[in-house]
Every structure is written in C-alpha cells, then in structure tokens.
Design a protein around this ligand. Structure first.
Ligand code: ATP
Length: 202
C-alpha cells in the first residue's frame, strides 16, 4: 500500500458501456467500490448542508413535504438548463468528493475504485491516481441500455450520450482501457489491471 492511504482509481465509461458490470468484477476480487452517482443521490437526500444549498439555489420545491428530493421538479427545471446543471454540479461534486475521501480513508486495501459516469467531464480525474475507461461502440451501448431500461427511449439515451465526452477522447485520457465488446472477455482484462495496480509504487 502507498504509505498511509489506498490508491484512488476512477472507473468510468459512457452510458451502457458496462462500467457497473466491470466494477462488480473488481468487487469480487475484494476491491471496495464507491458508486459515486448512487452516493450523490443519497447525499442530496441526507446531507443537511447540501440540502440547504439546493433549496437556496433552486427553491423550496426541490424537496417534497416528506423531505425527499423532488426528482421530477429538478429534472424539469434544472436538467434542461445548462447553467443550472453547472450550478447543481458545483454544489454536489465537492460534497461527494469529501464523502469519497473519508470513505477511502476507512479502507485498508491497496487501492479503491470510484465508479462514476462523468469523471473526465467534471475534472474529477485530477483528484484520482488512475482512471480506467470502459469502452464499447455506441450501437452496442444503446442496445444494452434499451434492453436494461425498457422505459427509456432511444432519444433520451442519445441526450445523455451528448452530455458525455466521446469514447475515443476518454480512451486517450485514461490510464487503462477495458474493451467491453462481445468478442473480448472481461475477466482477463480486469485481472491484468488489478495486478498492475497491486504492483503500483505510487
Ligand atoms: P450506466 O451508465 O447506464 O449506469 P453502465 O456503464 O454502468 O451504464 P452496465 O449497467 O454495467 O453499464 O451495463 C449496461 C447493461 O449491459 C446491463 O444490463 C449489463 O448487464 C449489460 N452488459 C454489460 N456488459 C455486457 C456484456 N459484456 N455482455 C452482455 N451484456 C452486458
């Protein structure tokens, strides 16, 4: 292990690339995985300072009477406006960053993984030691998501894709690339990276 901390490894990939699937394989190898997008949702519902900041920026309607995040309201008012998306990210990312750091400090493995859809897009890569990009052609990714989420339309999937950096750019920026295509097995690719990370002298 680095003298007093686990190495921080990001795992990203476009929608439907298979990053959660790959993260699960690392998890089977005993590597703790921080699912940043799920955790961000949890923090928006439970972190008092963040909740207050959301109310200040987007109004009382940001939360339902029950105290739960009003996802429908936020989807309607925030996600259609790029400036508001920027603002919500500015509020949520630092809190997730703090939460990830304290979670990491409690792990005792050589390295930990942070799984997130947007790492390079948010500049989050600068706070990580390495980043793995899970890569797959657009056509395969769209068909996987349509199978997984029958309620989503191809148009909605394309909207998300348009907010993400193209795969080729992420592959160039990443330290490791996992190709999740039908003719390539995932487990040997994961094992190779796992061994390299265990040997890392960071
Ligand atoms: P999102 O960004 O939407 O969270 P993701 O990158 O985490 O997506 P997964 O949820 O891991 O992607 O995978 C998308 C779907 O494709 C899932 O239903 C998963 O089971 C399936 N899938 C992933 N990899 C493969 C594969 N190699 N062969 C077949 N199906 C796969």
């Amino acid at each position: 292990m680095g003298i007093n901390r686990p190495i921080k490894v990001g795992i990203t990939g476009g929608i439907g690339s298979g990053k959660s699937t790959v993260a699960q394989i690392f998890s089977i190898l005993g590597i703790p995985v921080y699912y940043a997008d799920d955790r961000a949702k949890w923090l928006m519902n439970h972190h008092t300072k963040l909740k207050n900041q959301l109310i200040e920026s987007f109004g009382e309607e940001s939360f339902l009477q029950t105290g739960e995040l009003n996802r429908a309201y936020l989807a309607k008012t925030v996600f259609s406006d790029p400036e508001k998306v920027k603002k919500i990210n500015q509020l949520v990312h630092p809190i997730v960053g703090e939460d990830f750091n304290s979670w990491t400090a409690n792990q005792s493995t050589k390295y930990v993984l942070k799984e997130a859809a947007l790492i390079f897009e948010s500049g989050g890569d600068k706070l990580l030691d390495y980043v793995i990009n899970v890569s797959a052609p657009l056509r395969i990714r769209i068909s996987r998501v349509l199978m997984r989420d029958p309620n989503r339309s191809e148009e909605q999937i394309n909207q998300i894709i348009n907010q993400q950096l193209p795969d080729e750019v992420k592959n160039e920026q990443a330290n490791f690339v996992i190709k999740n295509v039908d003719n390539k097995l995932l487990i040997p690719q994961v094992l190779k990276i796992h061994e390299k990370l265990l040997e890392s002298t960071l």
